[in-house]
Design a protein around this ligand. Structure first.
Ligand code: TNX
Length: 529
């Protein structure tokens, strides 16, 4: 080969290197409108440049609020594992840095933002999150998390640069109640698992965790005045699985942990049906005066408290008093579903009496949609799951509605015919089906003003551990979170699926065992039972 052609080759090689390095910017995060944010924000304006988070970035908290300072530390802790940065959290008593800071401040913003909305402003020099309340700052942090590179979710230090595209996000929720429900009765989940679930929910701006604490198969909350409820009634689970219960200390710790992430715990004691665990623990609660055996099957609708006995109401008073004392949130859920062996003429006065007990404890009552047959008092809330007629009747009786349509919101429904876990009595709920509905047009006669929000229940007849929980919950709950947060007019199935696809890398990095419809060999845990 001649010298000339070698020089040619060399020049070609050099120019190719130069070309590729010019055409490929080192920082791919320049366009904020390109980021996959879930739930989708109300508005995103891109500024076209980027901010670089580094070891010297400071978290600057305006004012002396201990709560805001705590949120500042929460943010620092969130950033630390993947970046290795130990960001300083400083307050206004120290001097405000000139640049390279994340500024957290509560100030009087537009009233439509409410206390949960936020403004996230990112320039080349700094970042600020403003809100009307601390929960807004917390939600803004969840968005910031999603506009950082996906590796931010890694549990160990990553060697890379941490760019964030500049721009402004203005955002607030459509519904005040955005919940998940976990059935810890059919299968028990220890407090540590519940905390992990809380972390996952907070990332998508959900603000309620409803715990289904009692059912035929198990009583899961320590009740000091009726100790056999947990000693005996909490001792087993579906198919003879390991039982368990939360001590009152553990329950309080769950409540405290959830509150730090702006999640309200709503405890449910299901009655008058779904009570076999209680009936098996105390013979006096039975009409026959005899206690049945513990139940580990999955049938529903066969048990009832005796609605005519005085002792039944003493029992309920004691249970709800202890529960209310440990529950700072405004609601107590009393179930009320599927009481197939309770006569309607007994059911109605029963629910009325229970409602008075809840009110006497300073709480608002929530019940499944069957409670609409009773005389609902102001502030009582109806949770729709099965019968649209019940929800309509609830609205006629001036109750607010929580929407949990089983054929769209139930996380225990199978994705499709080959899903091993789950049930299918309400039909298959694939990713499209879970996402593609609007609360305000779901039931004729029920509009946005009647709806408190939406909730995604996970019943656990077939779900025994966190791996299985994650598989059924993710990604469907992300779609539900978006339905609760984002205006219907901004939601679009295809756009959602593109964002979800991008977001799935984050789930992977977090180690969440999510359902991937494109995987040929789905990473589904074997159904055990
Ligand atoms: C119906 S939804 C139930 C639960 C079951 C669930 C299974 C509701 C209020 N009651 O007891 O666990 O179906 O999907």
């Amino acid at each position: 080969m001649s010298l000339k052609s070698n020089i040619y080759r060399f020049l070609l090689f050099i120019s190719m290197i130069l070309l590729t390095s010019w055409s490929e910017p080192k920082n791919p995060r320049m366009d904020l409108s390109n980021e996959a944010i879930l739930p989708k924000p109300v508005s995103v304006t891109a500024f076209g440049s980027s901010f670089e988070l580094n070891a010297n970035t400071k978290i600057f908290v305006k004012g002396e609020s201990a709560e805001l300072l705590k949120i500042g530390h929460y943010l620092a802790n969130l950033i630390k594992p993947a970046t290795g940065f130990d960001l300083k959290v400083i307050t206004s008593t120290s001097k405000k840095p000139k640049s390279n800071y994340i500024y957290l401040t509560i100030s009087g913003l537009e009233s439509e933002l409410g206390t949960e909305g936020y403004k996230l402003h990112i320039t080349k020099k700094n970042i600020s999150i403003n809100a009307n309340g601390p929960e807004g700052i917390f939600h803004g942090i969840q968005t910031l998390r999603q506009v950082l590179p996906k590796e931010i979710e890694a549990a160990s230090k990553q060697k890379m640069k941490w760019f964030i595209a500049t721009g402004e996000i203005y955002d607030y929720p459509q519904y005040e109640y955005r919940g998940a429900m976990l059935d810890v009765s059919r299968h028990f989940f220890i407090a540590e698992d519940v905390k992990k679930y809380i972390d996952m929910l907070a990332a998508y701006k959900l603000n309620v965790l409803h715990l289904h604490l009692s059912d035929d198969q198990g009583w899961r909350i320590e009740t000091k005045s009726w100790p056999n409820l947990t000693v005996h009634g909490g001792s087993t689970a579906v198919n003879g699985g390991t039982g368990g219960f939360y001590t009152q200390e553990e329950y309080k710790e769950i409540v405290r942990y959830a509150k730090e992430q702006y999640i309200t715990i709503i405890p449910e004691i299901d009655m008058p049906g779904h009570t076999n665990a209680a009936l098996a623990s105390y013979p006096e609660l039975n009409s026959s005066g005899e206690a049945p055996e513990l139940y580990t099957g999955i049938k529903v609708g066969f048990s009832t408290l005796d609605t005519k006995k005085e002792i039944t109401y003493q029992f309920i008073k004691d249970v709800l008093r202890e529960l209310s004392e440990m529950t700072p949130g405004p609601y107590i859920h009393i179930g009320g579903d599927e009481s197939h062996v309770t006569l309607m003429e007994d059911y109605i006065p029963f629910i009325n009496k229970v409602q008075d007990i809840v009110l006497a404890n300073g709480k608002q009552m929530i019940g499944w949609d069957e409670i609409v047959h009773a005389d609902l008092k102001a502030k009582t809330v109806v949770q729709f799951w099965a019968r649209p007629k019940n929800a309509q009747k609830g609205v006629e009786k001036k109750a607010k509605i929580i929407l949990s349509p089983a054929n769209k919101a139930y996380l225990d429904m199978k994705y499709d015919s080959i899903t091993k876990l789950g049930l299918y009595w309400a039909g298959y709920v694939n990713i499209d089906c879970a996402y593609n509905w609007n609360p305000s047009t779901l039931i004729p006669g029920i509009s946005k003003k009647d709806i408190l929000g939406i909730e995604s229940p996970l019943w656990t007849e077939t779900i025994t551990n966190m791996e299985e929980l994650e598989f059924m919950v993710f990604p469907r709950i992300i779609g539900h979170a978006e339905i609760g947060w984002t205006p219907d007019s901004l939601r679009d199935l295809n756009d959602y699926k593109v964002r979800l696809e991008k977001h799935s890398d984050r789930l992977k990095i977090k180690g969440i065992n999510y359902y991937d419809p494109n995987a040929i060999f789905k990473d589904e845990p074997e159904a055990k039972e």
